[in-house]
Design a protein around this ligand. Sequence first.
Ligand code: SAM
Length: 293
Amino acid sequence: MRDEVKKNRSAFIPHPSSLIPSYIPPKRRFGQNFLADERIIERIIREVRPLEAETIVEIGPGQGALTSRLIEKTGRLCAVEFDRDLIPLLHEKFGTRANFTLIEGDALAVNLCSVIAPSTQARVVANLPYYISTAILQRLIEQRACLTEMVLMLQREVVERITAPPASGERGFLSVLVEAYCEAESLFDVPPTAFRPVPKVWSTVVRLRVRPQMGVVVANENLLWRIVSIGFAQRRKTIFNNLRSAPVDLISLIEKAGGAEHALESAGIEKERRAETLTLEEWGNLSRLLESL
Ligand code: SAM
């Protein structure tokens, strides 16, 4: 009898791999809308065309929908996942692949240039969590020194903002920022039904090629971004009125340029215009004028 109990007990000792649940419920707080449509996955992979001679960084591999396809052809794949519950699953699926590195971390904090070392350049592929997609995009742009291209799935409205030309209602800080550092190409729209769980919004896949040189020549990039940010501070106001409400240190620069009206005139910008009508070159004119003072 005793032996029988022992036997049954040992029969219930789980194998280590069976401890990893094959289904992990998606978490809304991590923006988890997993890609579930093979045709969309295939299309993204076709657009990326991973190469054996390159390193790719995947932000948010999730349950591996894109990872499993990228890993087949990429020389080296570094994946950054924040949800620690997904880590064992990802190790189980891809841990034996020599070209796979998994980093448990926050894409907003991780230093990608260190992650990809000894490689010095990489491309990024991601179906980004929407709740922080623009923050991650800004962080990627900050780290552009080691990135050549990003193929990103974003909320459709975000891609419309990124690609908005001057004078369009969607143009904002993000449009000018992306235009300065990248060439953007909207690739295709993705319906909500391609994801599980199904989100409320459409998505768009966009390609951002990092420019070898910034799209506008300025000596002080920080000053440029402060001016753009102030210019867009209140969208319904003219650029003239937004500049007049700038913080003190910037106001004193503007005063040195003879005041907001004169500064705008010297930069070739009519004072009645709103920030969304300015071209990247015009933002550059204004910034160069102030940085020279
Ligand atoms: N790539 C998978 C796919 O297409 O099915 C998952 C995409 S899902 C929209 C976003 C992924 O990003 C999730 O796996 C989520 O846990 C992860 N994530 C969320 N916040 C993150 C962060 N701050 N850093 C890195 N990954 C994050």
